[in-house]
Design a protein around this ligand. Structure first.
Ligand code: CP
Length: 308
């Protein structure tokens, strides 16, 4: 069945995930050619509706849409009537007049992209909603891992940090489990919820987590903007207990582990400066793969289809 929207990873079957990841490969190959554009979405329009800041997701969706020859409109939230109190519903009803084929939305409120999807025939892509979901981040993470481990079955990914507030942790751990990867969480007890997804080991001690023998260490950004109370004594203490310090990087290098981070990074908190030059850091690969994966998503979704 065609999907109209991409709102979360839970709604995707394993074969649909595998199909999207396969489809991203030729789109990535396009980057190395002199002609980087294909006419796949010629005549289609993409509306970017970002109520929260973004560098990677916003720019890579824009590049992806343009490489598919779609027309892109950036809705300027800061200078819109939203600043005069207009509701999201009124905004969407007004924007309907533009007859966009795709609406890419990021908002601090969990579930808002799903609400918008019900109001419009356009395909809605969730570019991150509160602490709920970030499905295209999850797809690009899975793609990046599969580039290193073509059969990722049984590989182990340790996700470190602020699990509680992280839409990336939720979506990425869901997709990894769907493709057969084992997942564990590591972080302060206050930021690693006991309830939630099953079959995920939870650690609060760094050495115990490393003894689990991960293949990939996936660092999360500490999201100070979503923390309403203090969850750990200080950022310095967080770095000491859970950050990739110079000493931990030496151990990670010795073991040959890959390092990932969705960005933006807090240097001196999740990781030390030297991580950026680590030969098995996949952080830049994640950014590059984001374009190919988002091209695959735009190409796959069917605006106006019945299924969500
Ligand atoms: N990973 C991610 O969502 O980054 P941005 O906030 O820069 O889009």
């Amino acid at each position: 069945m065609p999907h109209k929207d991409l709102l979360d990873i839970e709604s995707l079957k394993r074969e649909e995930i595998e199909h999207l990841l396969e489809q991203a490969i030729p789109f990535k190959d396009l980057f190395t050619r002199s002609v980087k554009k294909v006419p796949a979405l010629k005549g289609k329009s993409v509306l970017m509706l970002f109520y929260e800041a973004s560098t990677r997701t916003h720019s890579s969706f824009e590049v992806a849409a343009k490489r598919l020859s779609a027309d892109v409109t950036n809705f300027d939230v800061a200078h819109s009537s939203i600043t005069k109190g207009e509701s999201v519903r009124e905004t969407i009803e007004t924007l309907q007049a533009m007859r966009s084929d795709f609406i890419i939305v990021r908002h601090s409120r969990s579930g808002l992209p799903a609400t918008i999807a019900k109001l419009t025939r356009a395909s809605v892509i969730n570019a991150g909603d509160g602490a709920h979901a970030h499905p295209t981040q999850a797809l690009l993470d899975a793609f990046t891992i599969k580039e290193k481990f073509p059969d990722p079955t049984g590989k182990r990914v340790l996700i470190v940090g602020d699990i509680l507030h992280s839409r990336v942790a939720r979506s990425t751990s869901t997709i990894l489990k769907k493709i057969g990867v084992e997942v564990a969480y590591l972080g302060p007890g206050s930021l690693v919820p006991r309830t939630g997804p099953e079959n995920i080991r939870r650690f609060t001690d760094y050495q115990a987590a490393m003894a689990w023998a991960p293949d990939v260490v996936y660092l999360l950004r500490v999201q100070m903007e979503r923390q309403d109370v203090q969850y750990f004594p200080s950022l310095r203490e967080y770095h000491r207990l859970y950050g990739v310090t110079d000493a931990r990087l030496a151990e990670i290098r010795e073991r040959g582990l890959y390092l990932m981070h969705p960005g933006p990074v807090n240097r001196g908190v999740e990781l030390c400066d030297a991580v950026m030059d680590y030969e098995r850091s996949l952080i830049n690969d994640q950014v590059e793969n984001g374009i190919a994966v988002r091209m695959a998503v735009l190409y796959w979704l069917k605006p106006g289809a019945v299924m969500g």
